[in-house]
Design a binder for this molecule. Structure first.
Ligand SMILES: Cc1cc2nc3c(=O)[nH]c(=O)nc-3n(C[C@H](O)[C@H](O)[C@H](O)COP(=O)(O)O)c2cc1C
Length: 182
């Protein structure tokens, strides 16, 4: 029997965007707990490919500066990004260490995405919210993120404090996505 509690938690997970954050700072122990939970994701051959680079306070400012430096943003886009950073408490760069000798890349990406899902569902029923942003400019940040040759960045997870009670987005019926084979 599937527990009602786990169904409720999974189905309550949602993206919370920086415009809904109130600018308050998440406690470091909560960040560590989120990443501990991420670390419980499964991975083929137990490669545990997820890597997290945490930006907050001063390092968050440095990240913003670097993103602006490597992009040619319009004034409006730059201002929007600045506002987004201002409201965000922590930004986690979602990185992945490839093990190409033993596994196809997609398996490592899948495992890392499962780690991200653990972060996301851990936020349910708390005042911590977040969303996964995957801008194309991550490729231009390799040096800044101190990525090694066999590492890639899969985007940023923005985290902040919120009181949003916005409804989550509805899904199409799962019946349209499943096929039973008898
Ligand atoms: C791999 C991945 C990449 C995403 N990248 C972005 C992004 O770049 N920008 C964005 O606004 N949302 C991004 N999202 C969030 C999705 O838009 C969001 O999950 C989707 O709209 C469903 O909303 P929900 O998370 O509230 O259920 C991403 C989600 C995933 C899983």
């Amino acid at each position: 029997m599937i527990k009602k509690e786990i169904t409720s938690i999974i189905q309550s997970r949602k993206s919370v965007y920086p415009n809904e954050f109130n600018g308050e700072i998440i406690r470091n122990e909560d960040i560590i707990q989120l990443l501990e939970n991420a670390n419980h994701a499964p991975s083929h051959k137990m490669t545990q490919p997820w890597r997290f680079k945490i930006f907050y306070q001063n390092s968050k400012k440095k990240l913003l500066k670097e993103i602006i430096k490597v992009n040619q943003f319009s004034e409006i886009k730059k201002n929007n990004l600045e506002k987004r950073f201002e409201k965000t408490s922590h930004i986690i760069s979602i990185c992945m260490k490839k093990n190409v000798e033993i596994l196809p890349e997609w398996e490592e990406i899948a495992a890392t995405a499962m780690a991200v899902q653990n972060i996301w569902i851990s936020c349910v029923e708390s005042n911590i919210g977040g969303y996964w942003s995957t801008p194309s400019y991550t490729k231009k940040l390799r040096k800044f993120l101190a990525l090694e040759k066999n590492e890639i960045c899969l985007g940023f997870f923005y985290l902040g404090i919120h009181q949003s009670d916005k409804q989550k987005k509805l899904r199409d019926s799962v019946n349209n996505k499943i096929q039973w084979f008898n």
